[in-house]
Design a protein around this ligand. Structure first.
Ligand SMILES: O=C(O)CCC(=O)C(=O)O
Ligand SMILES: [Fe+2]
Length: 349
């Protein structure tokens, strides 16, 4: 039915939902709130992945990439981005690290979250963690963190990607780059807990951002840096000797594109328990939860009792003091003061 002119003046048009939320949700005692299952139309469309053939990039020493441009069908790229940004819980992790004898505070310049557990454990059908070999409940104190099962929406992606790339994954790390000032510094995902020559699948949704790679020691006569302009729906598989020899980063960017926000999802396989503690320490940390507020168009601190999709006013969300998101993050630092006691971040800041 057409809206009357009067109606148009007094009532704002109801926003068209960007996706039809499923009635089913994944829940677990370790989640701050339940995570909606993947909407059925997305699941259906994902049946066709990858929509393009992966292009090998292996013309540099010890570089072994497969670049799918894109992997996810264009029809659901935007919807999948909106869905994951809205339905997942995120963290802005802060920790302190010993750099050359000096204790330094690090503010991770992006939102992160992580799900999964290393190969020594698994979640049984009741959602309880059990030993992978004996199937017995884990002894208390096995982990410093509280591992979380991969929610259905990310697990669907995991299964699809596993079947295409021929790997098994037990971890899913998610980054949300809110704008061009969010980034990840040059690093390699070469931790011992991933074993030798890990194959890491990395999926992008949302804003196009440059993914830079450079050789750890440089190679004579070869370009110093490789740039892949990762667009929504693209996937990069990094495998073989890549992590041992190459660094990668998402640098900060100015301009409108980055302001749209970007989600990156990596699937990995951690072999031992140290991987679980490391990933949760640096991707969940002290645990102040952020959730996307679609009314305010930004991540807001989330508290128990908040209703999904209900916009809180700026003043409410900030406990009475207005200020930008960065100010909130600093408050979080004071509240949670995450201290890295051992190990190093799974990826550089
Ligand atoms: O956002 C990306 O594309 C890269 C993320 C990354 O390198 C990581 O999480 O280790
Ligand atoms: Fe990485």
């Amino acid at each position: 039915m057409k809206r009357s002119t009067l109606d148009m003046f007094i009532k704002p048009a109801a926003k068209k939902p960007k996706y039809e939320a499923s009635l089913h949700k994944s829940n677990h005692v370790t989640y701050p709130f339940a995570v909606s299952h993947l909407p059925a139309p997305f699941t259906k469309q994902l049946g066709t992945v990858p929509v393009t053939e992966g292009k090998p990039i292996n013309d540099q020493p010890n570089l072994d990439l497969v670049y799918y441009q894109p992997y996810i069908p264009v029809s659901i790229q935007a919807g999948m981005f909106e869905f994951l940004r809205q339905e997942l819980f995120f963290y802005r992790v802060q920790y302190s690290i010993n750099r050359g004898g000096i204790q330094t505070q690090v503010n991770t310049p992006r939102f992160t979250t992580v799900f999964g557990v290393d190969a020594t454990s698994r979640f049984n059908d009741n959602g309880d963690l059990v030993d992978a070999k004996t199937n017995r409940p884990l002894l208390q104190g096995r982990y410093k963190c509280k591992p979380r099962p991969i929610p259905q929406c990310l697990n669907e992606l995991r299964k699809l990607i596993e079947s295409v790339v021929g790997e098994n994954y037990n971890f899913c790390l998610v980054n949300y780059y809110a704008d061009g000032s969010d980034s990840i510094a040059y690093h390699s995902d070469d931790e011992r807990f991933l074993g030798a020559d890990p194959a890491i699948a990395s999926l992008s949704l949302g804003a196009k951002r440059d993914f830079l790679l450079r050789h750890k020691t440089g190679s004579p006569g070869k370009p110093r840096q490789i740039k892949l302009p990762l667009g929504s729906g693209d996937m990069v598989l990094m495998r073989g000797k890549t992590q041992a020899n190459w660094l990668h980063s998402i640098p900060k960017r100015v301009g409108e594109e980055a302001k749209k926000g970007r989600i990156n999802i990596t699937f990995r396989k951690a072999l031992v328990k140290g991987g679980t503690d490391n990933y949760y320490m640096y991707n969940v940390g002290g645990g102040c939860v952020f959730r996307w507020d679609d009314g305010l168009r930004r991540m807001m601190l989330w508290r128990e009792g908040d209703v999904a999709g209900a916009s809180r006013t700026e003043a409410q969300a900030q406990g009475g003091t207005a200020g930008p998101l960065r100010a909130q993050a600093d408050e979080v630092a004071q509240a949670q003061s995450v201290v890295a006691l051992a190990g190093t971040p799974s990826s550089s800041v």
